[in-house]
Design a protein around this ligand. Sequence first.
Ligand SMILES: Cc1cc2nc3c(=O)[nH]c(=O)nc-3n(C[C@H](O)[C@H](O)[C@H](O)COP(=O)(O)O)c2cc1C
Length: 268
Amino acid sequence: MSLTINIYYTGKNGSAKAFAKEMIESGVVNEVRNEKGNKKYEYFFPENDPETVLLIDRWESKEALDLHHKSPMMEQIVKLRDKYNLKMKVEQYTEVSMDNQNFESVIRNRTATRKFKDKKVEKEKIYKILEAGRLAPTAKNMQPQKIYVASSNEALEKIDKVSPCRYNAPTVLIVCSNKSIAWQKDGYSSYEMDASIVATHMMLEATNVGVDNIWIEMFDKKALKKEFNLEDNIEPVCLIPIGYKADDYKGNPLHNKRKDLKEIAEFI
Ligand SMILES: Cc1cc2nc3c(=O)[nH]c(=O)nc-3n(C[C@H](O)[C@H](O)[C@H](O)COP(=O)(O)O)c2cc1C
């Protein structure tokens, strides 16, 4: 259980970024992180809006957040915010159960979902899934992954134009890899392998937090690049529709058709 607050600070002429920089460099961010009950206090810089900074603030409970609001540090934060004359938009999420499963049940419960209900995926869960993609190993740690989170009607319509496999999911992760960052040697590039590991991490984390998902290969990569204006070096590798399976979804008939261990593994 936890409580997440997303605060969008918007300013002018780079003031929001300057505010975040001062918060980080003055040590306020670290002080908040050390407060009892704080699980995350981190700034993000949305690429599509250079005048906005997003703070993700996560607390173990409402009581911990209330204590933070009453702390002397809060005055410091408010002073800084006023200094930079920032507008604030706050999104607060009620407690979302993350229901962490054990690893064994995650790998057994993950299965392809081909019919989603309309229910949206909570942002807190989406961030947790993305974090699993951030922590994935990549060749020489080059981290070429780039993940686009398609949730707007406009973005979902574009997905539907390039793939028949959204299955009504309210969010689709477009997992890409930057070919000019990925490790390369003798004509080989690890871009696809890296993105596949990232995608696998995210699928498993999605399952872990109770979000159904599926890996989609069937989409027109060229058309997707065009629809989303992706740069040449950004290569889409797979789509991962995520959401909650429809009540009448019968499950993937192939899920339990696994070969015997002796067919896929050998001690030599
Ligand atoms: C690389 C890869 C590509 C896939 N592409 C598609 C796809 O384009 N469309 C689809 O409906 N399912 C796709 N799937 C889902 C598989 O069919 C599914 O994972 C497989 O049948 C095993 O079932 P399970 O995931 O329920 O265990 C893909 C899975 C993988 C790993």
